[in-house]
Design a protein around this ligand. Structure first.
Ligand SMILES: Cc1cc2nc3c(=O)[nH]c(=O)nc-3n(C[C@H](O)[C@H](O)[C@H](O)COP(=O)(O)OP(=O)(O)OC[C@H]3O[C@@H](n4cnc5c(N)ncnc54)[C@H](O)[C@@H]3O)c2cc1C
Length: 369
């Protein structure tokens, strides 16, 4: 059995790359997923597209995040046209609250560098902030508003992408585990799977937090994030609201997500009493009104984090035909459109775009002399 292109992983990254390649006219693409499509981090996420809210300086990752955020309006419109699925791109914006004096010093610095860089950001007094969102805590010291930082319903994004790739004749293999790579003379030749060998000249690894099981040369670890889903009808807030310790994300259907934790806990996805306690304490610091809301659901997911916290994107220098698209850590939903664009460009043109140079998988290889 063989295909021209095999993609491992059916999260937002694998699915969006499959779509981008098929839209460029490539045929015989097969996506292999161990479980079911969108079963992991992409389903657990908050859907915030907020590169500015937490950024303290400009670097290659920040530029990539901004580029991807700005691709979202077209991406959402195209997905809707192709599939009829509305991914609920909400452009209300993001508020970032300062509760303590230390928070206030931090947001002051963030405001200054972003204003000087010409990025859209407004500084708000506590009174101004409450005009935007009356639910916020009475004792905040100030806030920033990021009108360009928006949000998407990541579960609808998964449905839209899954519909799109089906229409584009991508072959989907669910419940098939990829066990290892096959290569010969420095070229990828296929993957070993729970259903036998699948041959391919091009392999794209988008296996999220599990990538290192397939290619141990790239170190990606799972960082657990727990989430609480509250029921807010009518909705409590229109903006996504952050503090330095937590965030709340309003969904159109009355769900209010509160997150999150950041834990090195292996591959276990337990929801814990301590995790939920921390999330709710931080959410109530944003808005005391949260304490009266019913809890509708709780879950945990595993963010894929590379050793240096940066995404791992592009061809692997040692094995021709092997391309990585992983390590998206806290920003995989945000980075979906730009990852799909740039990886598809790499495959189709055979040239690595300049934007990917800081994220090469080869940065992890040990230099020997
Ligand atoms: C609580 C939480 C909140 C988050 N909030 C945000 C947010 O607001 N904004 C944002 O941009 N990002 C957010 N993220 C991060 C985001 O969810 C991830 O960066 C993103 O989903 C990664 O996508 P992926 O497709 O690489 O990984 P995944 O969605 O994890 O997909 C990887 C897939 O590969 C499959 N797979 C693994 N191993 C194998 C194998 N051997 N064989 C076959 N298939 C395999 C898995 O089953 C899985 O389906 C959040 C994450 C968490 C946990």
């Amino acid at each position: 059995m063989g295909h021209e292109i095999v993609i491992v992983g059916g999260g937002v990254i694998g699915l969006s790359i499959a779509r981008a390649l098929a839209l460029r006219g490539l045929k015989d693409i097969c996506l292999i997923e161990r479980s079911s499509l969108g079963a992991e981090s992409s389903f657990a996420a908050g859907g915030m597209l907020a590169p500015q809210a937490e950024a303290d300086s400009r670097d290659a990752l920040f530029d990539l995040l901004i580029k991807s955020r700005d691709l979202y309006p077209n991406f959402a419109a195209e997905l809707r046209e192709e599939t009829g699925v509305d991914i609920e791109l909400d452009t209300t914006g993001t508020l970032y609250l300062a509760v303590t004096e230390h928070d206030h010093d931090e947001i002051e610095k963030r405001y200054e560098w972003q204003r000087d860089a010409g990025l859209p950001v407004d500084k708000l007094t506590p009174e101004d902030a409450r005009l935007f969102e009356p639910c916020i805590a009475p004792d905040i010291r100030g806030a920033l508003r990021f009108p360009g930082d928006i949000q998407v319903e990541n579960r609808r994004l998964l449905s839209a992408l899954a519909n799109s790739v089906l229409q584009l004749d991508v072959q989907l293999m669910s419940a098939v585990n990829v066990e290892g790579l096959e290569s010969r003379s420095g070229r990828i030749t296929g993957v070993q799977t729970s259903q036998g060998l699948i041959q391919c000249p091009t392999l794209i690894l988008a296996a999220g937090a599990w990538t290192s099981f397939i290619d141990p040369s790239v170190k990606v670890e799972p960082i657990k994030g727990q989430m609480v889903c509250l029921s807010a009808k009518p909705q409590l807030t229109r903006h996504v609201i952050y503090s330095p310790r937590g965030y709340v994300v309003p969904r159109q259907d009355g769900r209010l997500l509160a997150g999150s934790t950041s834990e090195r806990a292996g591959f276990a996805k337990d929801v814990t009493a301590g995790g939920i306690h921390t999330i709710l304490k931080n959410a109530q610091e944003i808005s005391p009104a949260i304490s009266a809301l019913p809890i509708a659901d709780m879950w945990a997911g595993l963010r894929p984090r590379a050793a240096d916290g940066l995404p791992v994107l592009g061809p692997c220098g040692e094995i021709a035909g092997l391309i990585h698209a992983t390590g998206h850590y806290r920003n995989g939903i945000l980075l979906t459109p730009v990852t799909a664009e740039l990886i598809a460009k790499t495959v189709v043109d055979g040239v690595v775009p300049e934007e990917l140079s800081a994220f090469s998988p080869d940065r992890f290889r040990t230099v020997t002399s």
